[in-house]
Write a new protein. Structure first.
Length: 187
């Protein structure tokens, strides 16, 4: 029995279903079927950002790093003593990640988490690396408004751009990078 009672709404729903194939990538839907991360992919960009912050903060805390609020809007968290900007990307239809809204703000590292249907990638990028490769190099928008916002494109999660490779990949590699940074800063 249909939940929709109004015949006109049923007709509209039927038309919408015939249009669905033109707008929804069935292969992507199948790829994400039964994924524990599918709900994240389906949420708004604004919520994805907050979810990304919570995922990274929870993961870092579970791995033994100190995690606290940054106290301002210049960074998302303080993790292992570093002011951290956290970026989340789910897998795009082309199979890669895009980390958006990279700005030159008051953080020391950017943690870029990439979610795939049944896997994840993560990079811990020092600010100096972002200056050398992203900030000032890959504007997200064009025109005068685009000069303060940049993005990182990872076309293939298993083959990130060469400049990113030493800063993570798997979660365990990102953990090692963060641990090494933490040890260097405590000297």
């Amino acid at each position: 029995m249909s939940v929709i009672k109004d015949p006109d709404v049923r007709m509209l729903a039927s038309i919408a279903e015939t249009l669905r194939g033109d707008y929804v990538d069935r292969e992507q839907e199948d790829l994400w079927a039964h994924s524990p991360f599918d709900w994240i992919r389906r949420t708004s960009s604004r919520r994805k950002g907050k979810i990304g912050e919570q995922l990274v903060a929870g993961w870092c805390a579970a791995k033994g790093f100190s995690v606290s609020a940054s106290g301002d809007s210049e960074a998302d968290r303080v993790i292992a003593g570093f002011r951290a900007e956290i970026k989340l990307s789910t897998l795009w239809a082309n199979g890669g990640f895009k980390y958006q809204q990279i700005r030159d703000q008051g953080y020391e590292i950017a943690i870029c988490l990439g979610i795939m249907p049944f896997d994840a990638r993560c990079w811990v990028l020092p600010k100096a690396v972002l200056y050398a490769n992203v900030i000032g190099h890959t504007p997200q928008h064009t025109g005068a408004a685009g000069s303060d916002t940049f993005w990182i494109t990872v076309p293939d999660p298993d083959q990130p751009p060469p400049w990113m490779q030493r800063y993570g990949g798997s979660l365990s590699q990102a953990f090692s990078v963060l641990r090494q940074l933490e040890k260097k800063s405590s000297r």
